[in-house]
Ligand binder design. Structure first.
Ligand code: FES
Ligand SMILES: [Zn+2]
Length: 135
């Protein structure tokens, strides 16, 4: 099964659960370079690759694709809409986080989530924590 992680219209990493040598990568030079480095250092078998720990967008995408491939991806917020006051989807919030919003304030600025009642802010924090961006 194919599993992908992407920032829409920007970067895409696709792996396969059955064929660990399968790799599709589309995107900026940072993402292409990261995948080239992984293949060179750790071989074509992505099941042997270490989890990236960095918070740059290429590493976040690779980590997501690897976790999906290994079955350890359980996104922490299951609903489609995250901020009900501003009608902001979970997807939009997560895309902003991937693209570089690494605090709740930055997420609010980019998406307008959590700018009214604020009860959704802990959910934004959960996603930031899940992505390893805050403690
Ligand atoms: S639910 Fe997000 S600000 Fe109220
Ligand atoms: Zn990129």
């Amino acid at each position: 099964m194919k599993c992908r992680a992407e920032i829409e219209a920007q970067d895409l990493i696709e792996l396969d659960t059955e064929d660990a040598s399968y790799l599709k990568v589309v995107g900026c030079s940072a993402t292409l370079d990261l995948l080239r480095k992984y293949r060179k250092e750790y071989g074509v078998d992505s099941s042997q690759w270490p989890m990236p720990a960095q918070g740059d967008h290429s590493s976040l995408l690779l980590k997501e694709a690897l976790e999906k491939q290994r079955g350890s991806w359980q996104f922490p917020y299951p609903h489609d809409e995250l901020c009900h006051c501003r009608s902001v989807t979970t997807h939009k919030v997560d895309q902003a986080i991937l693209a570089g919003a690494h605090t709740t304030e930055q997420v609010s600025r980019l998406t307008s989530a959590s700018t009214a009642c604020g009860t959704c802010r802990p959910e934004v924090e959960k996603i930031l924590r899940w992505r390893g961006l805050i403690k």
